[in-house]
Design a protein. Structure first.
Length: 171
């Protein structure tokens, strides 16, 4: 049985598995492109000086190609120029256990981290659809008048000069 495709905003994804970079380092590049339009995201990654950046660019281009291919195959009306990066995630893959020589014949263990990169692109909603959603939200807030309460200020108790003299004389 096939899953029904939501006609509102179909998502297209691509992933690169078993990349020899830690997820923490990959997230530095992926955070740069989250929420950006695809064209801006490709330009950003192209000028990023990280070792994983070319891989991220390749995955991003693959997600766009997946969108183009699936829109042609399924007859969806997807505007490739209107795509944006919906999610960009670096999940942790299996760790490679390694041993480093240590003094006096001992051995230190360390782990090489591997990550799986997943990028999802979706089409931005049209401006007309966004305006239609904004109108009902504005009408809901128009029903209630905005009430702004003034913050209560505490009065600072200050002693006047004669009161200070009396307090000092009493001591």
């Amino acid at each position: 049985m096939q899953k029904a495709i939501t006609p509102e905003t179909p998502e297209f994804r691509a992933e690169a598995r078993f990349q020899r970079v830690s997820p923490q380092k990959a997230k530095l590049v992926l955070d740069l492109i989250k929420g950006k339009r695809v064209e801006a995201a490709i330009n950003t990654v192209a000028f990023t000086h990280k070792r994983i950046a070319p891989v991220v660019e390749k995955v991003l281009r693959s997600a766009v190609q997946n969108a183009q291919h699936l829109s042609d195959e399924r007859g969806l009306d997807v505007d490739i120029d209107n795509l944006y990066v919906k999610t960009a995630v670096a999940n942790e893959g299996p760790r490679m256990k390694r041993i480093r020589p240590a003094p006096m014949g001992r051995a230190f263990r360390y782990q090489r981290r591997i990550s799986h990169l997943v990028i999802t692109v979706a089409e931005k909603k049209a401006a007309a659809a966004a305006e239609q959603e904004a109108v009902p939200a504005a009408s809901k807030s128009a029903g209630k008048p905005a009430v702004k309460k003034a913050a209560a200020k505490k009065a600072v108790a200050r002693k006047t000069a004669p009161a200070r003299k009396k307090a000092a004389a009493a001591k």
